[in-house]
Design a protein around this ligand. Structure first.
Ligand code: ADP
Ligand code: MG
Length: 557
């Protein structure tokens, strides 16, 4: 006797029925449709072809499903109705460091034809669509809830898009790749196309963000930097910075997008593959805290999500602007050009190593009213006795003897130079003051580059800090010492694509996990970038602010 596979052996089936599958071509209505038994469990949709052996089965993970809707087909038959579920399963290509992961769309549409009455078929289609959507939505347990969040479903998002980012195709890509996915998930959105540099920076300071569950940036890292710093200038920065930010790679430097893709367990992806992965994350709506870094130069104070660069990397970033039409390949071209005439920069690095727990000894939180804003400090600092060198305060922290310490006007850092508001720095003294005794101060030396990175990727093809996590409370400080040969430097950069550069045994590259650092350049001219944007050249320092921001992050499936 022929054995028919009905999926009867699947445990914990919530819904089971058989329906004909509707193929995506318009003429399909006329074609004979295959009939499938559908079994819906808590985590999967199983499909078994009716009247076939067990080989004709498919399993689709609901974690990959972004939406399910019902619709009526065109044509003369008015009693049937369809439900259609959209999945983006992950396809892996290759193995090891060169593996790539990309999500490819799979749509499964079924016609409900069980009854001769439309309303009865509609009822069944609605039950299936609702249940598939409900089970596809992420849920968190109580412990995760402290760290992670989920956007309301369906969510409302504000999208800011730079039409000139990357190869200038961001708007086109939005319409062809992103919009269909947002519609499939029924995400409501408002799209604002930026008209000029700083447009998003100004707009985000004024916008009523209570209307939106998340703010999405479609561009490179530069527009995210504008938006982050706009948010930090708002009087309500303390709550607004918790509004989830999302990134859709449309630029030539897509470091944040590549990093988030990596944190979610996806292998490297570039171009449209990366864009689809990141859109998928927005559709699923998982949010996670992210460390941010406050950066101070002589005249500015800003916030950063990616990194500070000086020397080889910032030179390439800024000097390759003229090749922007070739997208992220501009960095590869720039690398080869810079290699032919290698520059050496003299300077001094000081830093607070990440494993130094000196600062933790004096961790008592107080609120201090500065410039009309309430700031939370992790080191208790008094403002009563001015004009005492800040060194005293840090020594006091060091010896866990805070109450006996002299206080100092340095307890209100940046009061003169602040552009962004935000939390006060508690690890780094003002730039004009010496670094605390417990910091490490390196010898003045010649560098090829200095890079402080707090994400895994420096660009979508530069897996520079494989050890970095979005909330590891660490600034990954790298430098390459002068004296390295061009060949070794080239090898380092080539290995960086796969993240194996630190395993190469090159003695010229140094990696130090830190919580704060100060860079004092002595070479009179050069380029310093923060998140890929050029800032004033001169002394610069930065410190980590643990979990200050919240970003839409990837889902490990
Ligand atoms: P890319 O990765 O391609 O460099 P970015 O997001 O970094 O893309 O943007 C590059 C620069 O363009 C940033 O400095 C950003 O502030 C600026 N910008 C944003 N919107 C516009 C616009 N409409 N016209 C010109 N420049 C813009
Ligand atoms: Mg950029």
């Amino acid at each position: 006797m022929e054995e028919h596979n009905t999926g009867a052996g699947i445990p914990n089936v919530l819904l089971r029925a058989d329906f004909p599958e509707v193929q995506p071509t318009s003429s399909s209505r006329k074609r004979r449709c295959e009939r499938w038994v559908l079994s819906l469990t808590q985590t999967e949709l199983h499909l078994h072809k009716v009247n076939s052996d067990s080989s004709a089965t498919h399993r689709l993970a609901l974690a990959d499903c972004i939406g399910c809707r019902t619709f009526r087909e065109d044509g003369d038959n008015q009693v049937t109705i369809c439900f259609s579920a959209v999945f983006y399963p992950l396809r892996k290509k290759g193995r090891g460091p060169s593996a790539t992961s990309s999500r490819k769309k799979v749509v499964k549409t079924f016609r409900v034809d069980s009854f001769e009455i439309f309303e009865k078929n509609q009822e069944i289609a609605d039950i299936w669509a609702r249940k598939i959507k409900e089970l596809s939505a992420l849920s968190l347990d109580v412990t995760d809830g402290l760290l992670y969040g989920i956007l309301p479903q369906p969510s409302r998002v504000l999208i800011l898009l730079n039409p000139h980012s990357g190869k200038g195709q961001a708007l086109q890509l939005f319409h062809s790749q992103v919009l269909p996915m947002l519609n499939e998930t029924e995400i409501q959105h408002k799209l604002i196309v930026t008209e000029r540099q700083n447009h998003a920076h100004e707009l985000i300071q004024e916008e009523d963000l209570s209307l939106w569950d998340a703010v999405i940036i479609m561009s490179g890292d530069g527009l995210m930097y504008e938006v982050l710093n706009g948010i930090m200038k708002r009087p309500d920065w303390e709550t607004t910075i918790k509004k989830p930010l999302g990134i859709l790679p449309g630029g030539s430097g897509n470091a944040l997008a590549a990093s988030i893709n990596h944190y979610s367990g996806h292998d490297n992806a570039v171009d449209e593959d990366l864009l689809i992965n990141c859109t998928f994350f927005i559709c699923k709506g998982l949010t996670a805290p992210m460390d941010l870094v406050s950066v101070t130069t002589s005249h500015r104070h800003m916030f950063s999500f990616l990194g500070v660069a000086w020397g080889f990397i910032s030179d390439i970033d800024i000097e390759s602007e003229k090749y922007r039409t070739i997208g992220s390949a501009r960095f590869t071209v720039g690398t080869f050009i810079r290699l032919t005439s290698l520059r050496v920069y003299r300077g001094r690095l000081s830093y607070l190593p990440a494993n130094d727990d000196t600062g933790k000894q004096c961790k008592t939180s107080v609120d201090l009213e500065v410039n009309g804003f309430c700031h939370s400090l992790s080191c208790k600092q008094s403002t009563s006795t001015p004009n005492v060198n800040s060194q005293h305060m840090y020594n006091a922290c060091n010896s866990n003897n805070l109450m006996k310490s002299h206080s100092s006007d340095s307890s209100i850092p940046f009061s003169k130079t602040t552009v962004a508001s935000g939390p006060l720095d508690s690890l780094a003294p003002p730039l004009s003051k010496p670094v605390p005794n417990h910091w490490t101060v390196s010898e003045e030396q010649d560098f090829i580059l200095v890079l402080a990175l707090y994400q895994s990727h420096l660009g979508d093809q530069f897996f520079t800090a494989p050890m970095a996590q979005p909330n590891d409370e660490v600034i990954h400080l790298f430098y390459v010492k002068a004296g390295i040969s061009r060949t070794s430097l080239l090898k380092l950069f080539l290995a960086m694509e796969k993240g194996t550069h630190l395993e190469s045994g090159c003695s010229h590259i140094v990696h130090i996990p830190v919580k704060a650092f100060r860079l004092e350049p002595f070479t009179p001219k050069g380029i310093i970038t923060v998140d890929g944007e050029q800032v004033e050249y001169g002394p610069i320092q930065a410190e980590i602010h643990s979990r200050l921001g919240r970003f839409i992050s990837g889902v490990c499936t």
